[in-house]
Design a protein around this ligand. Sequence first.
Ligand code: F6R
Length: 352
Amino acid sequence: MSTTVDLTRGAIESIDSAREIDDILGMPDQLRDALWRVESANLEPHDAPGGLIVAGMGGSAIGGALAREALGDRASRPIVLARGYELPAWATPDTTVLCASYSGNTEETLAVYEAAGALGARRIVSTTGGKLAEAARAEDVPVIPLPGGFQPRAAVAYSLVVALEVAWLCGAGERLHAEIDVAAAHVEQIVEMWGPDAAGDSLAKQLARGLHGTIPQVAGSGLTAPIAYRWKTQINENAKTPCFAHELPELDHNEIEGWQGASQLGRFSAVFLDDSDLHPRIRQRIELTRGLIEADAAGTYRVESIGQNRTERLVSLVLLGDLVSIYLAVLREVDPTPVPIIERLKSALARG
Ligand code: F6R
């Protein structure tokens, strides 16, 4: 375990060979570009009384989960994720199915694309190409084209905005176009605060140092629940370490007990993702839970979203987690970009 690596831009770039950090810092432009791409796709607004299903995996699915929470009580119909090979059994032809796969070659998403077609549901595809784009073109299914050159997980701004805009187009939620624009401007400021050129004691760098050498347990609730999951997956893929996510209040009914054995088994840390709009009892639970597990944890952290509107606050914590995951990779001296085990698994499956 490295303790000497610093987190200057030079140190980051020497380990982050493909400059994933730049893709993360590019979030403001990506949010705006995503709006433009959906608009340019000229999709017809339509009414989907059955709501919206976002089909996708990993980095392509997270946008749907984030979009649902960005909308909050501005969602007027169910927005559900299909992370797997099948549509939910209750899906009907009046459900809209957004098939999101950055590569366009994810077999689970391709299977749901087929299933939605067989059901007669309206399909929309978002991808850079692959088999999904090919199938959609052959069947006149609208495609929102994503820009190439990203790791799928680094295209989160695109997957979020596409899901939000499609939710609006199919009548599942209010349009958050203006809110996304405000969020993009806000993220520009946050990048200065937490990015690689910020001081060594900036929040993101401090957090990475605190989590380094520990197994983080990231907790969220409501708006911050899918962000906790995003932190987990970014730490898994970028820093190549185990990390787990859970939700409040549920974790107060089980996981909290497990902390008693934590210090005997390893170094576990806890991160609580807070938001000013969480239920007051959840905010109280964060403080109480933190106090009760503190003695058994290698560290506990409470971080709060920043910004006015829900989308701003959501993306502030997504950005923080993304940066922390890169800084953790640097502290561990591992290149954040390659995901060799995922690739090996996909190749083994492709061989049949
Ligand atoms: C890789 C990543 C993965 C992929 C997932 C699905 O950066 O984040 O979680 O997103 O394996 O692949 P796509 O997005 O191409 O459908």
